[in-house]
Design a protein around this ligand. Structure first.
Ligand SMILES: [Zn+2]
Ligand SMILES: [Zn+2]
Ligand SMILES: [Zn+2]
Length: 416
């Protein structure tokens, strides 16, 4: 019997030995479908498909448990929405940011540098350092004579900018009843950067999406054409597949195949024989709500500069060490340093700021910059007529002694 492809499936009369005892499915009336009612897959199993798919194959297909549902892309033309004319079902490029506010103009005051290290302390620190090293000889540190301690300070400047990028996209969800504010021609929706979408946590990398009010339109589901159901992809709309256990012969040796009871075909495992599955796009609701969605991406941009006054001291050791906080500021926008005593730091502050503000699609939400002074003491000593030096650096007094006498890293040495 031919059925109209747009009509909801009809429940067939019970038939055969495998009739389900579950109460029969009550078909949705055509009126119900026009009011947007939901189509739900009939419960239980059937031996007769509830809907004749005109494009179903003439013979059963082999059962394939790896068959996947096709994807459905919207094909309809959408109403143009003011301000979002270029927004499509694909994620847009990041949208240009609004004009940034003026940076703060607070007075920049810097604390003095960390106190220097006394000779006696410099010696103690080295003793403790050598004491922890198994293959460092103890004699040199016991016998050495400290000649001089020269103090300097490395400067670590860091700048962080908390930014937000926004993209737009036309998305959809099943029309379950409640909608976001619907699009009205007499109302202009808020612009991309006017919609409030604050981060849940400042200085945290995150992504957050929000619908734009007054952009919702109700459309017939493109996947099912408004039926609420689609052709079953596993049986290709036949309701049955050939039995893979007996290769459709119905026999296992001289006995009937136990899987298909000798029929050579089976009810489809995906649709239970109905040949239809609930539409995965509209979830059976037949209509979709399309709306413009804004997605905010929150990121932290980081940059830093290390001013190392000593040529012989490796700058990489200063990267993550603790220093004295000489300056700290957090504001929506900060101004570059201009009056720090080391001119290089001022220059770098300006350059890092320019770099972090250069991308025109990134809105600045917050900025912070810091200057830390890292004390470095260069200690000169003599031991057995030889001159040597080592460094004590950072607030927690770390030691760098690359040419300490009687040290080794391969343990072939004789420890004194
Ligand atoms: Zn099926
Ligand atoms: Zn079989
Ligand atoms: Zn649908």
């Amino acid at each position: 019997m031919e059925q109209d492809a747009s009509a909801p499936p009809l429940h067939p009369p019970p038939y055969g030995a495998a009739v389900s005892t579950i109460s029969p499915y009550v078909p949705m009336s055509p009126q119900a479908s026009s009011t947007g009612g939901r189509w739900i897959a009939p419960p239980g199993e059937t031996d007769t498909p509830s809907f004749v798919w005109p494009d179903a194959p003439d013979t059963d297909v082999a059962d394939n448990d790896k068959a996947r549902e096709p994807t459905y892309k919207p094909t309809q033309a959408f109403k143009a929405i003011v301000g979002y004319e270029k927004t499509t079902i694909k994620e847009s490029e990041p949208v240009q940011r609004p004009q940034p506010p003026q940076p703060s103009s607070s007075q920049q005051q810097f604390k003095g540098e960390a106190a220097g290290l006394a000779e006696e302390d410099a010696h103690k620190v080295l003793k403790a350092f050598v004491g922890k090293k198994l293959c460092y000889g103890k004699r040199p540190v016991e016998e050495m004579e400290i000649k001089d301690v020269a103090h300097s300070s490395a400067v670590h400047y860091s700048l962080e900018t908390f930014i937000e990028c926004r993209t737009t996209k036309r998305v959809h969800r099943p029309m379950r009843g409640e909608t976001y504010p619907l699009h009205r021609k007499d109302l202009t929706p808020s612009g991309v950067w006017q919609v409030e979408n604050p981060p849940d946590q400042i200085w945290a990398v995150d992504e957050k999406s929000i619908p734009v009010p007054n952009t919702s339109t109700i459309e017939t589901c493109h996947a099912c054409g408004g039926k609420g159901f689609n052709k079953c992809f596993r049986c290709k709309g036949r309701g049955k597949t050939t039995c893979k256990h007996c290769k459709a012969s119905g026999k296992k040796g001289s006995n009937p195949c136990p899987y298909c009871h000798g029929n050579g075909r089976q009810r489809c495992f995906r649709c239970n024989g109905w040949a239809c599955i609930s539409c995965s796009v509209c979830e059976g609701y037949r209509k979709l709500e399309f709306y413009i969605q804004i997605t905010s991406n929150f990121k932290v941009k980081q940059g830093d500069y290390l001013h190392n006054p000593g040529k012989k001291f490796p700058a990489k050791l200063l990267k993550d060490v603790d220093g004295e906080m000489l300056f700290e500021e957090e504001n929506q926008m900060v101004s570059p340093l201009t009056t720090f005593p080391t001119q290089d730091v001022n220059t770098q502050s300006q350059q890092l700021l320019q770099k972090q503000l250069s991308v025109k699609t990134e809105r600045v939400l917050l900025q912070r910059h810091r200057v830390k002074g890292i004390p470095i003491a260069e200690v000169s000593y003599t031991w057995q007529t030889k001159d040597g030096r080592y460094w004590v650096y950072s607030m927690d007094k770390r030691v760098y002694a690359p040419d300490y006498p009687h040290s080794c890293c391969c343990c072939r040495c004789v420890i004194l």
